[in-house]
Design a protein around this ligand. Structure first.
Ligand code: PRT
Ligand code: MG
Length: 218
């Protein structure tokens, strides 16, 4: 008997970069989630479906078994904590860097002397807190849900912790990156119980993803 398989994906860059991987595993989405309003999308396999969720919600769906596996950015996984998730593969897609950025001309070196205090805005409170704690810098953390780049421009914070890929957003807003925290890419996240129960369905897909990822890296 073929077992039902549910895959959690977010729209946008992760979905786009995941399509070739799904294709390599012989899985084709029946609809384009960018155009469809449907949150559950069928595939060319009766037993495989995609659920379209916010990028930050992918680990949660997989953790509770509402999806058997999914694809999530390392940024999201660090913040989530990764509880109950098996992370077998770095898919090397949706690559970017977690950076500290400030307004151009802001004296960052002076602001992060040990013992000093800095106002930091971020969608990533755990990553930001850990980074500055390791430097011995006290921060007041301001949690935002998007458009972090605005915060230093209007005096909400001294610095931001955010993702940078081309650097165009920083540039357009007169900001500069002053510190590199981590390289980020997207990972396959698998529900541990699902992997045991549906091993024959899930493991071959992991194997194909691994092979496709290794090929595109070489
Ligand atoms: O957009 P939405 O609020 O719905 O959700 P999301 O931002 O969580 O999702 P999405 O699809 O934008 O990002 C999903 C994942 O893609 C993230 O979790 C990252 O792992 C990865 N990724 C890769 C990025 C970027 N590159 C990226 N550049 N996520 C966001 N950005 C943003 C960044 O925050 C900044 O505002 O793009 C802007 C900078 O881009 P550049 O090219 O101007 O430097
Ligand atoms: Mg986004």
């Amino acid at each position: 008997m073929t077992k039902q398989l549910t895959i959690a994906l977010s729209k946008g860059r992760i979905f786009e970069e995941t399509l070739p991987l799904l294709s390599a595993a012989g899985i084709e989405a029946a609809e384009n989630p960018e155009e469809s309003r449907k949150l559950i999308i069928g595939t060319n396999h009766d037993n495989i479906r995609l659920v379209i969720v916010r990028a930050t919600d992918v680990p949660t769906y997989v953790q509770y078994g509402a999806a058997d596996f999914g694809i999530a950015g390392k940024d999201v996984l660090i913040e989530h904590g990764g509880d109950g998730l098996y992370q077998p593969l770095d898919l090397k897609i949706a690559k970017c860097r977690m950076m500290v950025a400030v307004r151009k001309g802001f004296d960052y070196a002076a602001a992060v002397k040990p013992g000093s205090r800095l106002r930091v805005a971020s969608k990533y409170p755990n990553i930001a807190a850990e980074h500055f704690a390791s430097k011995g810098v006290h921060i007041d953390l301001i949690k935002l849900y998007g458009s972090m780049e605005l915060a230093p421009l209007v005096g909400l914070s001294d610095a931001i912790v955010d993702l940078v890929s081309t650097g165009n957003t920083l540039k357009a807003n007169n900001l500069e990156a002053v510190e590199h925290i981590a390289d980020i890419s997207s990972r396959l996240v698998v529900n541990k119980a699902a992997l045991k129960l549906k091993y024959d369905t899930i493991q071959p897909i992991i194997d194909v993803f691994a092979e496709a990822t290794a090929q595109s890296a070489s």
